[in-house]
Design a protein around this ligand. Sequence first.
Ligand code: PAF
Length: 284
Amino acid sequence: MTAPIIRHLTDLRACTKGWHRAEETIGVVPTMGALHDGHLSLVAAAKAACDRVIVTIFVNPKQFNQSTDLDNYPRTEEEDARKLARFEVDAIYVPDVMQIYPEGFATNVSVGGMTDVLCGAHRRGHFDGVATVVTKLFTQTSADKAFFGEKDFQQLMVVRRLARDLDLGVEVVGCPTIREEDGLAMSSRNLLLSDRARVNASRLIEIMEDVVGQLGTGADFAPLQAKALTRLAAAGFTDIDYFELRACDTLALLARPSAPARLFAAAWLAGVRLIDNIDIPVPD
Ligand code: PAF
């Protein structure tokens, strides 16, 4: 059975009020739609942990720094509702812009420090847009738990920090990245790849895994990074925004995985920006 699609905040509040009165826990899975198995794994995690589950679908204009990117973002609401049917979620919240940013909206939520690097450095204003909309979605849904994928690891850190700093009373749960058979991290943007680019896209994770393997043998990162950039260019990646080794907790740059670390990459392939990150075991 397809879940009710709710488009107005007043209708959403009518549901959540009743659920809270009945002392039911509410889980939210914020999305921008074009749902894939990565999103659906978050929905499954929310279903397992909460009495009620709301999936939100809102293509947030404030987090896009190029209008063409916003215009091209895939919108597949009917298909999304069909994919959610088997999970029996309690509501699909699909607000229009006025429900989120009513006339005269003038507030900006900005998380300092950790947003100066990686995607924050390459997409100015992006994380302010994410932080602002996520704060709105948390307060509008009054969720107890919220589910985010580790594929957007920096986003997960930003959201955790804002939930804590603003005492939003929501537990932010990180869930593992879900991958295609060839290793490509699932992303709504993969739909924008041409057939040829799709074949090359998996080279990103392949090269990242090679680097992680060599880091495990005690090699320094700098020469591995240089070689990886050459290999990515040979695979057709045009601009490489970053290919960096960073600490998991602070996102500080590392020369070798001396602390719990992750390898982060963002690169453009045939006009599509792909991002990925993987955990690195600390060598003994
Ligand atoms: O990861 C996303 O899809 C978006 O950044 C989010 C968290 C739904 C906010 O718009």
